[in-house]
Write a protein that binds this ligand. Sequence first.
Ligand code: SF4
Length: 385
Amino acid sequence: MSRIEEVLRQDVFSRDDIIRLLSAVEAEELEMISQAAGRTLMERCSDKVYLRGLIEFSNICTMDCLYCGLRKSNQKVNRYCLTKKEIVAAAYECAANGLGSIVLQSGERRDASFIDFVTDVVREIKRQTVSEKLSDGLGITLCVGEQSPENYRRFFNAGAHRYLLRIETSHPGLFKKIHPPRQRLESRLRCLEVLKEIGYQVGTGVMIGLPGQTISMLADDILFFRDIDIDMIGMGPYICHPDTPMYKHHQSVDRRRNEIFRRSLLMIAAARLVLKDVNIASTTALQAMDPLGREKGIRFGANVVMPQLTPAGYRGDYLIYPGKPCLNEGNNECRIRFENEMRSLGRAVAIDQWGDPKHFITRTKKTRGNGPASYESLAEQRLNR
Ligand code: SF4
C-alpha cells in the first residue's frame, strides 16, 4: 500500500499527514486524494453545489495589501461604488434566478457613511427578496473587511448572517511580509472571534503560492481552520498583479504556476478531509489559472461556487489579480454555464436555498466551554513553533 493510501485510510489527520497530502504530485495520487475528498463530502455534507451570486459593489479601499490590485496606493484603478438601487437590483436578479444567497464584497472602509450604506443595503435586500421560496429573503454573506464589533452587530441585525474575512496566511511572519505594518494578523483574528460571538457563520481563507510560503505553513493553515472551528473556507492561488509591490516576484511565481495550481486543489481536498462538514468555495482565482479550474475545485471537495453578478460594466474594475474570468459575459450566461458545468460533474445545483454549512449547525450546539481556544492564543502558539 502506498503512503498516500495509508494516509487516506484515516479519519483524523496529523500535521505530517497533511504535509504528505499537499506534497502529492503523481496523477494517481491526485486521483486518490480527490476521490477521498469527494467521499467525505458525500458522507458528511451532500452532493449539492451551492451558488452565491457575487456582487462586488465597490473597489474603493483604504488598505494597502502588498499583493492586491485594489490597494489604495494603486492610482491606476478606476474607483467605483454601486448605488443602493444597482446593488438591490443585482440581488433581486439573483433571487429571481434561483440563487438563494449572495456575497456582497467590497474594499475595506470604516467610515460612518460606508457603514450606514452597507447596513441600509442589507436591510433593503432582505425586504425586497422575501418570496414564497425564500421566506426570509436572500441569504447574505458580507465581505467588507475588518470592522468594529459594533458595526459587525449592525450588519448582523440588518440581516447579514455570514461573514468572510480571509487571513491570507496564518503564519505571522508571512502575514507581515505581505501587508504593511499597520495591518496586523492579531487584529484580523480578533475580528473572526467577534464575528463568531455575534452569531455569524464565519469564513476565512488563505492564498496558495505566496513567495516564501512552505508546505508546512499551508498544513498549519489547515490546522488553523480546524482549531478555530471555522464554518466556511475560500482559498485560491496567488496570482501576481503588475501594479503591486509583490510583482517583483512574478518570474518565480510564474515558474511555479503548475505547482501552485495543483497545491491549491490539494488544499481544498485536505481541508475537506480534515474539517469534513464545512462549506468550501471553488474560487474564481482557480478559473483564472485554468479554464476548468472551478470544476476541478469541485472535484477536489469544494461545494460552493460564486457566479459573478456584479453589473458587467464594473467587473473589469474589480481586479485583485489579473486574468479574472467572466468579465464579458452577461449575468444569465455566466449562471447557465455554471449550472451546466456542475451537472456534467454529476452534482446537483441547489436552487432557492441558502445552503448553510452543516458545520455551523453542529458547532452552535456546542457549549461555549467546549468552544475553540482564543484566536490570538493560537497565533501566539504558531509564533513559538
Ligand atoms: S485585499 Fe481587500 S483590504 Fe487588501 S487592499 Fe485588496 S481590497 Fe483592500
